[in-house]
Each structure stands twice: as C-alpha cells, then as structure tokens.
Write a protein that binds this ligand. Structure first.
Ligand code: ZN
Length: 83
C-alpha cells in the first residue's frame, strides 16, 4: 500500500487526530480517494510503492512524490491526475 501523508499549511494531519469532526471527514475522504488512485501503483522494475505527500496551503495542492525511480514517479503523478 502506498504511503500517503496529508498536510494542511505544512502540518501533517490525519483523520484520527483532527478534533474538528467536519475536517476529519474531509481528510478521511481525501485519504480514501488517494489510496484508491494509488492502490495498484507498484514499480514494475523494483516492486516498490510510492510515498506521497499532499500539502494543501492556501487552497493550493502541492504534491510531493517519493519513489525509487523516475518511472514510478511518473506513474504515481499520472494516477493522481486521474479523476
Ligand atoms: Zn523503481
């Protein structure tokens, strides 16, 4: 399973530790969507899975991908861009 971290304004957040119930639901929903998009993404060469950081700052999404090679980075970005 790909490793996914959500950040809001540079701070890591997770649905389980967010006291705000509405925000927690939004985070859980985003995590589920990201996991669904990335569930089959595995590097064909190294059998590694990507780690993804989605940082939401001022309503802009900045996505950082950690991967074993450029091929997996490209696969991960392409999967994330799918609706
Ligand atoms: Zn690789």
């Amino acid at each position: 399973m790909a490793k996914i971290e959500l950040q809001i304004n540079g701070k890591a957040v997770s649905a389980d530790t967010t006291p705000d119930l509405m925000k927690g639901m939004v985070i859980r929903d985003m995590e589920a969507q990201l996991h669904a998009k990335l569930q089959n993404i595995i590097c064909p060469e190294h059998q590694e899975e990507p780690s993804v950081i989605v940082n939401i700052t001022h309503n802009r999404q900045i996505i950082s991908v950690g991967a074993c090679c450029k091929q997996l980075t490209d696969m991960t970005m392409a999967a994330l861009k799918q609706q």
